[in-house]
Design a protein around this ligand. Structure first.
Ligand code: ZN
Ligand code: ZN
Length: 287
């Protein structure tokens, strides 16, 4: 495993037309894809988005939630991607992806699914919600108890003897300690659930490996939220699972420019540095 300066140097030496790339620790080299013929398919997709103004245009009965109106609202636009592939018979297959969720939905007809296990996600969310609810109720009852103890202590300070005051103070301190512990429990639980959630991302590559994103993401700064949800990892994961060979990848932004003014309507962008590059080397491995 090289250090980040070495990796940056390797990345800088890439062909300028690379659209999707990353360092692969297994091979100690950078793997990459160029756009190939995918730009043509990306332009077709843009035209369809403009024409239909929704993303579920392959369905006869459109759902309002899939309208592209949301891409012009407060939240701004979104990244879309296409992957040009060939199957075992040499037939061209074009996969399409939207980044993250589209208007709160992870899945839509005609688009590749997310890279994590959706059913496992739903089960986990239900479990987390129930547990967090339980812990929140616990915090509430501890808060009430602490308040009661505080009132009792204040009362004792006004009218009771020293022994009773001391006893009330001890009870109040204990109640506050229990409350702190209950709050800490909920925090620790949420943090531990984050790792379990990230473990649902079982990324497949072209060597036939399937690994948790926890073991793929090689940088030590922690996995950023949304890593694995961009178009490139979604597309590559879907291609690997369906035994397709990718030839070219394009990602473009569609909708109102983002707040940071780094993404513009219908512009093309390479795979992002923070969330994607540390996993794309692994994902492209075996091509
Ligand atoms: Zn990305
Ligand atoms: Zn490799």
């Amino acid at each position: 495993m090289r250090n980040s300066t070495d990796i940056d140097q390797l990345l800088a030496a890439l062909p300028k037309d690379a659209t999707c790339y990353g360092y692969c620790p297994d091979c100690d080299e950078v793997h990459y894809l160029t756009e190939g013929n995918s730009r043509k398919y990306a332009l077709e997709l843009m035209a369809e988005l403009e024409q239909h103004k929704r993303i579920d245009f392959r369905r006869p009965d459109p759902e309002p939630i899939f309208s592209t109106d949301c891409l012009w609202g407060k939240r701004g636009g979104q990244m879309f991607g296409v992957l040009e592939c060939i199957d075992a018979d040499g037939k061209t297959i074009v996969l399409r992806a939207f980044s993250g969720q589209f208007n709160t939905r992870w899945q839509a007809e005609g688009w590749v699914p997310p890279t994590f296990d959706l059913a496992g996600y739903a089960r986990m969310m239900a479990k987390i919600e129930a547990a967090v609810q339980h812990m929140t109720a616990d915090i509430e009852s501890c808060t009430q108890k602490a308040e009661q103890c505080k009132l009792k202590f204040e009362e004792a300070m006004r009218s009771a003897g020293r022994a009773a005051q001391k006893d009330c103070r001890r009870q109040m301190r204990e109640a506050l300690k229990t409350l702190d512990l209950a709050k800490k429990n909920r925090r620790t639980y949420s943090q531990s659930m984050l790792a379990d959630f990230q473990d649902l991302y079982q990324l497949q590559n072209f060597k036939g490996n399937q690994r948790s994103i926890l073991n793929v993401f090689y940088e030590e700064r922690g996995i950023p939220t949304g890593s694995g949800d961009c178009c490139a990892p979604k597309l590559l994961h879907a291609a690997a699972q369906n035994k397709l060979t990718p030839l070219g990848l394009s990602e473009f932004y569609f909708g109102k420019e983002n707040k940071a003014s780094t993404r513009f309507h219908k512009e093309f962008y390479p795979g992002c540095k923070n969330k994607c590059q540390p996993i794309l080397g692994y994902m492209l491995c075996g091509l």
